[in-house]
Write a protein that binds this ligand. Structure first.
Ligand code: AMP
Length: 428
């Protein structure tokens, strides 16, 4: 029988890597605390309707990429492909409008999209998501960009490109949509220069043609009118404030007229943060404003802005940039015994070391002392605590520093505290 493997597009994050994830998530948590976001833990599955209304039927995510199934009660359920819609649902469901605004929420966890897997693109991937709900102010847009940049700064990432654009609002976007459509229809190759997907988009969602990666679509829209030139006064002023605020905090950003979101409830600011190390899937973060999303899922109007950053992509970028994230957690002290008869003593000493927060381990397979020493060095232990026959008889433990070779003898009951002092002595 063939052994069962993990499904395509998923991966096991093993010990060599998972500690880096923990580090990234802990930096996200630290930044969330410093910026005043509170963490919410949301369901991994939701009613399908939340996403078909909250992301939009005409998007790739909803059209092609959702993991949707009927549960045993015949309800259509979807594994969440992103978090924004769930965040807004939670805000409405718990009547967070009653709280002082804005309400700032963050969450991290796995998302699911049936995409073609490649480097940096998976079917199950993790996002850290930050949202500021209940305020229209461009200062909130700036704050979300600042939040993501602070996460990357604390992690030590460099050379990130911040791209921003405005997608206008339902007042000014229709005119732009028409201008874009007529530009495409009247350009030399016309509709025929578009890829099949974009031909379908022309009527339903023409803005999406601007961010198609297909070379002929790119070429044809190269000189297309920019939405920034069609913004209404309010959207224009908002966009200018975002730019001014970003400059004021020293953010290095560029305008990208191709950066769009096709749906009506996405409003004003859209942004993306790119890292060269990622190859073709180069976005480490995507975000923007969605003032009409709450209404789209059946609530009152609740303005909002936020972003999601992919954890796998952060880790790939950290590795690509050779960022030092600290040491991988490891066994610091390994307890070695002369004979099986001392196994219970070894287990007790290991217990005491761990209780003093010294990462410790011992042997359970009755290996000889030499093999135990070898195992200690494979684990990279800094210290070996030896309970030989002499030590057992005299109530002591011999502790050897594996890098210097120095050996000290401690009274058995004082081993943990003496070892802690030795560690401190070394770190001084
Ligand atoms: P989006 O929700 O599509 O705006 O994506 C936000 C961020 O999530 C992107 O910038 C990526 O960092 C990450 N991301 C999106 N889709 C995937 C995927 N299939 N695999 C890995 N990361 C992803």
């Amino acid at each position: 029988m063939e052994t069962i493997k993990a499904p395509r597009g998923t991966k096991d994050v093993l010990g060599d890597e998972s500690w880096k994830w923990a580090r990234v998530l802990s930096v996200c948590g630290d930044v969330a605390r410093d910026f005043g976001y509170s963490e919410v833990l949301l369901p991994i599955f939701e009613h399908t309707e939340l996403f078909s209304r909250g992301i939009g039927d005409a998007t790739d995510v909803v059209e092609k990429e959702m993991y949707t199934f009927l549960d045993k009660g015949d309800r259509s359920i979807t594994l969440r492909p992103e978090l924004t819609a769930s965040m807004v649902r939670s805000y409405l469901e718990h009547d967070m409008r009653r709280a002082p605004q804005p309400v700032k929420l963050w969450s991290a966890g796995p998302m699911f999209r049936y995409e073609r897997p490649q480097k940096g693109r998976y079917r199950q991937f993790w996002q850290a998501d930050f949202e500021i709900l209940g305020v229209e102010s461009p200062m909130a847009d700036i704050e979300t960009i600042d939040t993501s940049m602070e996460i990357y700064r604390r992690l030590g990432l460099t050379n990130l490109k911040v791209l921003i654009n405005s997608v206008g609002c339902p007042k000014c976007r229709p005119a732009y949509r028409e201008a874009l459509k007529s530009f495409i229809e009247s350009s030399p190759g016309g509709m025929d220069s578009l890829c099949e997907t974009c031909r379908g988009r022309l009527e339903r969602n023409p803005l999406r043609i601007l961010d198609c990666k297909n070379p002929s679509c790119k070429e044809m829209t190269e000189s297309a009118p920019a939405i920034l030139d069609s913004l209404c006064g309010e959207c224009k002023a908002h966009f200018e404030d975002v730019g001014r605020g970003l400059s004021r905090i020293g953010a290095d950003f560029r305008l990208d007229k191709r950066l769009v979101r096709g749906l009506d409830y996405y409003t004003k600011t859209a942004y993306e943060i790119l890292a060269g190390e990622l190859g073709s899937q180069n976005a480490v973060c995507g975000g923007g404003r969605y003032d009409n999303l709450a209404e789209a899922i059946g609530g009152p109007r609740v303005p909002g802005v936020g972003f999601a950053s992919g954890i796998e992509r952060i880790v790939i970028t950290l590795e690509g940039q050779g960022v030092y994230l600290g040491e991988k957690p490891k066994t610091e002290a390994y307890v070695v015994t002369a004979s099986d008869g001392l196994a219970i003593e070894a287990s007790a000493l290991t217990h005491e070391l761990r209780a003093s927060k010294i990462p410790a381990d011992t042997d359970y397979s009755g290996r000889g002392m030499k093999a135990q020493m070898k195992h200690a060095s494979v684990l990279g232990a800094d210290f070996v605590c030896i309970i030989g026959d002499d030590e057992a008889a005299s109530g002591t433990v011999s502790v050897k520093n594996m890098s210097s070779g120095e050996q000290r003898s401690f009274i058995r009951s004082e081993t943990a505290s003496r070892l802690l002092s030795w560690k401190e002595e070394q770190n001084r």
